[in-house]
Design a protein around this ligand. Structure first.
Ligand code: GAL
Length: 421
């Protein structure tokens, strides 16, 4: 190789080396300048859910942090991975659970840090609805940061489907609900859009227990686990109403995801879905407007209990200084008023804080906020009262009753044994 070419190659390699060193240094500097790294584990994978959780990620990054998103489809799956990672000594910085007893065990095993500092600063003792504080405050300490309030048993309907079926008013009683379902079926539509997964069957059952049975029966069964209530004629009627709904679903229902089921209302192929207000996130993502393209009914009648649910983040215990900084920064982001509004608008839930301007929320969320002001309608979802094992046993009976020719008497008997102490 001639000297000049050799010289040129040598100069190039020096330039290349210098470039790599500068790049390396700038990456290293950026890493040094970047704030604490947080790995956040959750199950928000639908269009609406991922748009919503991105608001938390954006806010955390804006605060200088580095957000690593670990999204695992399916609540059951995500929660078991989170618990396994904690037990295995390699926990995420934060993990999503429901406002429920799902994380009680890991608290008792000393695997979660308490969040008393933010609870005191935010005044949770005074501001949180009882069903929420009853499960996140354990032995005098707070172990979870609630980021929203969801209600699982909203009745959604497509305005286009209602028009096609000649339904001109929202059903306000169970009888009117079944009459609307009959009209939708007669019009050749999917009357009840249902995702045939056990947790979704449990939601449909809770809707019938709340709306057909009423608040007293709902609490006697779910909170008190009273065998007399479960053996009563009223509870038999609830189960018969639940099973009657099965006659309105389509053949593609088994195994369908909840958000693919909401898509049937968005396209006008189906009339009604009974699902949590996270469905709003799918309507929002599809640019559909509440009151114009779809309707939302929180309960059948003015006394229907409002079943409080929602999501929390928990902080697995850690001695890692950066993770501790990250948890502190995450906590501030999760409760920040502006972030709360942005996240809940996209998530379809309502903010936990009751001091926010709700005018930016949509029609359905504003309806939910109004009802939440009436404490007489507050009740928790089943998982606020039931242990994960009890809830799993109940869910197994309900999905078997929904999918087989199990008699209502057998269902009552099996529910009593599923919920006994
Ligand atoms: C619920 C959760 C909601 C929503 C829903 C469907 O348990 O509270 O945020 O994501 O699952 O995935």
């Amino acid at each position: 190789m001639s000297r000049t070419l050799g010289d040129k190659m040598f100069k190039l390699s020096k330039l290349a080396m210098a470039t790599v060193l500068c790049l390396n240094a700038s990456v290293h500097m950026a890493a040094l300048a970047a704030g604490p790294k947080a790995e956040v584990m959750h199950w928000w994978t639908s269009g609406g859910e991922s748009a919503a959780v991105a608001r938390f990620a954006d806010a955390y990054r804006a605060a200088g942090g580095v957000w690593t998103d670990t999204a695992i489809a399916g609540g059951d799956q995500a929660r078991s991975v989170a618990i396994n990672r904690m037990v295995g000594g390699n926990p995420p910085t934060a993990a999503q659970f429901n406002i429920s007893r799902q994380f009680q065990d890991v608290v008792e095993q000393g695997m979660l840090s308490n969040v008393d500092e933010i609870a005191i600063r935010e005044g949770w003792d005074k501001t949180l609805p009882e069903p929420i504080s009853s499960v996140i405050r354990i032995k005098g300490h707070y172990y979870a940061i609630p980021v929203n309030i969801h209600m699982p048993t909203w009745i959604w309907y497509s305005k286009a489907a209602f028009k096609k079926a000649g339904i001109d008013k929202e059903p306000v009683t169970p009888d009117e609900l079944f009459a609307a379902l009959d009209k939708l079926k007669a019009a050749g539509l999917i009357a009840l859009a249902h995702g045939g997964q056990s947790w979704q069957e449990t939601i449909v059952f809770m809707a019938m227990l709340a709306n057909v049975g009423g608040k007293d029966l709902y609490l006697s069964v779910m909170r008190d686990r009273d065998p007399r209530a479960m053996n009563s004629e009223e509870f038999r009627k609830v189960l018969l109403s639940f099973k009657r709904l099965h006659g309105y679903v389509d053949a593609a229902s088994p195994g369908r995801n909840w958000n693919d089921t909401t898509a049937l209302l968005i396209s006008g192929k189906a009339g009604i879905q009974i699902m949590g207000d996270w469905a709003t996130g799918e309507f929002v993502a599809a640019k559909q407007v509440a009151g114009r393209d779809y309707g939302c009914i929180p309960g059948l009648g003015p006394k229907a209990p409002y079943l409080i649910q929602g999501d929390v983040f928990v902080f697995p215990k850690t001695s890692n200084v950066e993770a501790l900084k990250a948890q502190k920064m995450l906590a501030n982001v999760f409760v920040a008023p502006a972030v709360q509004i942005e996240f809940n608008k996209l998530k379809g839930s309502i903010p936990v804080r009751n001091d926010l301007d709700a005018s930016q929320m949509n029609l359905c969320a504003r309806r939910g906020l109004d009802i939440m002001k009436d404490k007489s309608r507050h009740a928790g979802i089943g998982e606020i009262y039931l242990t994960p094992d009890q809830n799993g046993a109940l869910t197994d009976v309900l999905t078997a009753y929904w999918n087989t020719n199990m008699t209502v008497e057998k269902a009552q008997k099996n529910i009593v044994s599923a919920l006994k102490n």
